[in-house]
Design a protein around this ligand. Structure first.
Ligand code: SIN
Length: 343
């Protein structure tokens, strides 16, 4: 397939795409007393109007309307915000005059929100998330350029039908693939193994590949009011069964295990998970490694234990998909495995 490219050329304001920006907080809206401080700042304190005003070039790229949906540090994100965001995105996308939607977010849980929206928003219009690693007050803050890039991508016809995208540091990633891979660098996001979909620079948007797995309008998933309780446990040297037992006692309907290597699990944790499965708790094996995939029956007897393999999803994204699958009424291992093999 030929690369899909669009280039922004000077246009009359009325001809520019109309983009809605939904702001939720994060470091992109962070501020510190000292411009040299890039770690000890308060996230989510700068309003969306000030973020937009800091990027005069936006007037050449889009007609923008903005909403402050939340003002949080994304470490404190509650999944109820996914429901709010999905509803707001779909309401905006239903308007004929809106061409695309941008969501600003903290980097810490961006990959979870992005995947939740990728699976639940029912629109073909571009939905593009962005963030920043440096607060808005910092020397060489990365937020303004990331915001310009995201709004440029959201206004590009080439971004239609690609699900939720993340524009960050000039690259365009799929929500399904992207993960945060650095605690401090401005190039903090990667799509391990798979790579980015394309790039945005100086008004030019280019996609080199498209998303294969079903998303948005092609899934049965909805962001409901009640997200099933799904927890994550980690396997490591000397791990005990205490976390699994506590989560089961706490009413978890599903547990994702961040296993070692190819999703292998310490014997004591595996025993506890098998017992949890026997009590009806869905168990999904992912890996704590950070790239690669988890082979079904590769490092644990999925068939014998009733476990499900997360494939290429990391534990945090596997939790999102498991919550949605349980909410959609799936609970048997074979049906859940089909879900993980499909989305
Ligand atoms: C957050 O995730 O809200 C704070 C950290 C960041 O955005 O980089």
């Amino acid at each position: 397939m030929a690369p899909m490219t669009t280039t922004q050329s000077p246009a009359s304001p009325a001809a520019l795409p109309r983009i809605a920006v939904l702001a939720t907080g994060g470091t992109i809206a962070g501020s510190a007393a000292d411009a040299a401080n890039t770690s000890g700042y308060q996230a989510g304190v700068v309003g969306v109007d000030r973020l937009l005003a800091a990027v005069p070039a936006l007037s050449q790229v889009a007609r923008i309307e903005a909403e402050q949906v939340a003002s949080i540090d994304s470490k404190d994100l509650d999944v109820a915000l996914w429901t709010t965001l999905a509803a707001r995105i779909m309401a905006l996308a239903a308007r004929e005059d809106i061409d695309g939607i941008v969501v600003t977010h903290g980097t810490d849980t961006l990959e979870e929100t992005a995947y939740a929206l990728h699976l639940t928003v029912k629109t073909d219009k571009p939905v593009v998330m962005t963030a920043a690693m440096r607060p808005s007050s910092a020397l060489s803050a990365d937020g303004p350029l990331n915001l310009l890039g995201a709004i440029t991508v959201a206004g590009s016809p080439a971004a239609r039908g690609q699900g939720v995208l993340v524009a960050f540091n000039n690259r365009i990633h799929s929500a399904r693939d992207i993960v945060k891979t650095s605690t401090y660098a401005v190039d903090a996001f990667q799509s391990p193994e798979i790579g980015a979909l394309g790039w945005v620079q100086d008004g030019r948007v280019e996609f080199q590949r498209t998303v294969v797995r079903p998303h948005t309008v092609a899934t049965p998933f909805v962001a409901s009011e009640a997200w099933p309780l799904v927890e994550i446990v980690v396997s490591y040297a000397g791990a005990s069964r205490a976390a699994v037992d506590a989560f089961v006692a706490g009413g978890a309907r599903g547990i994702v295990v961040a296993g070692t290597g190819n999703g292998s699990i310490h014997a004591s944790v595996q025993t506890a998970l098998s017992e949890a499965r026997a009590r009806g708790v869905a168990v999904v094996r992912a890996s704590r490694v950070g790239s690669g995939h988890v082979m079904r029956n590769g490092a644990a007897p999925d068939d014998a234990c009733g476990f499900v393999s997360a494939g290429t999803l990391n534990p945090y994204k596997a939790r999102v998909l498991l919550m949605l699958a349980l909410a959609a009424g799936e609970s048997e291992p074979a049906a859940l495995q089909r879900v993980f093999d499909t989305y």
